[in-house]
Design a protein around this ligand. Structure first.
Ligand SMILES: CC(C)(COP(=O)(O)OP(=O)(O)OC[C@H]1O[C@@H](n2cnc3c(N)ncnc32)[C@H](O)[C@@H]1OP(=O)(O)O)[C@@H](O)C(=O)NCCC(=O)NCCS
Length: 155
């Protein structure tokens, strides 16, 4: 199985439709829409995960305005049929390695406390919970703020 991470750059109409459909399949009504994905693709990073050349998921990233070495992982998901096979763990490891290569000092993200799979793969990758923001995205939408420091010496 060959896993490839690809920064899409500017999306043409077909690629945009495919990714919007993937967002709907992964997150139902909470995924990125046609208005948002091009912003990541052109001004941040819109990365697709391809398994043997076929789209399996994607990630969206930006750099923080006040702290350019901080990368914010705004989205990370796999198509439902690709979940629970160890692929999230592998794609996250590849993504972290790529961000490190590109000079990121740390990566931050938010995760719903009850998103067991997400919290597990992030924790296993070394992300630590920095805070919990209640109602971050509205009533009942609490989020953990998790951060991975890439500058910590590895022993
Ligand atoms: C979160 C996500 C990326 C994890 O990827 P994945 O490929 O399904 O996860 P993996 O197969 O690598 O599993 C990693 C671990 O989590 C566990 N896990 C996976 N799905 C789980 C679930 N639904 N409930 C509990 N544990 C789960 C696995 O058992 C595994 O643990 P192990 O290493 O002890 O065996 C994927 O489920 C996904 O795309 N979810 C929808 C989008 C989303 O929620 N993204 C995160 C937003 S913050």
């Amino acid at each position: 199985m060959e896993i490839r991470l690809r920064h899409t750059g500017r999306l043409d109409g077909v690629a945009l439709e495919q990714l919007v459909a993937a967002e709907g399949a992964i997150y139902s009504d909470c995924g990125w829409r046609r208005w948002e994905l091009p912003i990541f693709a052109e001004y941040g990073r819109n990365i697709v995960f391809e398994v043997d050349g076929v789209l399996a998921g994607s990630a969206q990233l930006i750099r923080a305005w006040d702290q350019p070495s901080l990368v914010y992982l705004a989205g990370f998901g796999l198509l439902p049929e690709r979940q629970k096979q160890g692929l999230g763990t592998r794609c996250l490891a590849l993504l972290i390695a790529q961000m490190k290569e590109q000079g990121a000092g740390s990566i931050e993200l938010t995760a719903a406390p009850d998103n067991t799979a997400a919290v597990k793969i992030y924790s296993d990758a070394g992300f630590r919970v920095m805070a919990r923001h209640d109602a971050k995205y509205g009533p009942g939408e609490d989020r953990l703020i998790m951060r991975l420091n890439l500058e910590e010496p590895t022993s």
